[in-house]
Write a protein that binds this ligand. Sequence first.
Ligand code: AKG
Ligand code: FE2
Length: 335
Amino acid sequence: MPGSLPTVDFEGFKDGTSKDALEIGQKLFEACRDVGFAYLVNTGIPQNQIDGMFDWSMKLFALPLETKLKARHPPEGWKHRGYSGVGREQVSQHVFDPDELQAIRTGKFPDFKESFDLGNEDSEILSNVWLPEEDFPDFRNHAIDFYNSCREFQLSTLLPALALGLGLPIDFFHDYHSANANQLRLLHYPGAPTSVFESGEKGRIGAHTDFGTATLLFQDDDCGGLEVESPSQPGTFMAVPPVAGTVIFNIGDFLMRWSNDTLKSTLHRVRAPPRKDEDSGDGIVKDRFSMAYFMGADYDKTIDCLPGCFSPLRPKRYEPINAGNYLNKRLNATY
Ligand SMILES: O=C(O)CCC(=O)C(=O)O
Ligand SMILES: [Fe+2]
């Protein structure tokens, strides 16, 4: 078991009809019930594509701010598309001019990160926001291909495995995830002197739960800093270091509610990695890059407690709810 999370290996899952596939589903279910997080291996998402997307992400965030702002995130909180500058989330005003950026650098905003969001390229309601092709040629194609690889794994393997693990028909979740309402977020946490993280002046991402169905999280091999709340000791966070060849998976609040709280949407955060023993001076905490693929349910679907997750002894805790209403309410709250 790398680190402190369970590992689920999808080798041999194929079309999901074998006994091995059922066991994989059960293992995934147990991880989601007991921890809400797992390391996944053999997802079929090509490693060279993951590495390549990290390279694109690094190049994107290294562009001048004026260029990145050509793909500025729309002002509506629910339209998670395009570029958000450092400090944009959590605050209500735009903070894009250099003086304000300096204010952020000197500690006005605790979440020290910038991000770029994209989703279904064919969506009419929620269209992608790209940089002009001449400013950053080929990025668009690569980002869409990577999004599609994540979606392929989600539909061909992950959701079927989850359905099997919950004792549901293998295609149960497909009807609720057919509209391609997912989001890929590229994240960059700039480096800074160790002391500003230690003093609490800056953070990376505060403790939160994700709010959709589930998330695939890719973190760069180098930095570390992701922490997940311990299932046995609430309030205590355990380090979830990067492990080569794995993808991190976690449940979101929407699926937790749908499962009558059988599956856990677990608190997690990113902090600066701990200071190394030999580093007694004011060293620099490295930049960190990560990519999160948030799976979202179709906005027009209404969900009721999953079959098998309620009984006379464990009554339904929640009313049926429309996915669009639920997700929009949550999205608007963070921006
Ligand atoms: O950067 C990370 O590793 C975590 C990101 C995250 O939890 C999020 O964006 O919801
Ligand atoms: Fe998260």
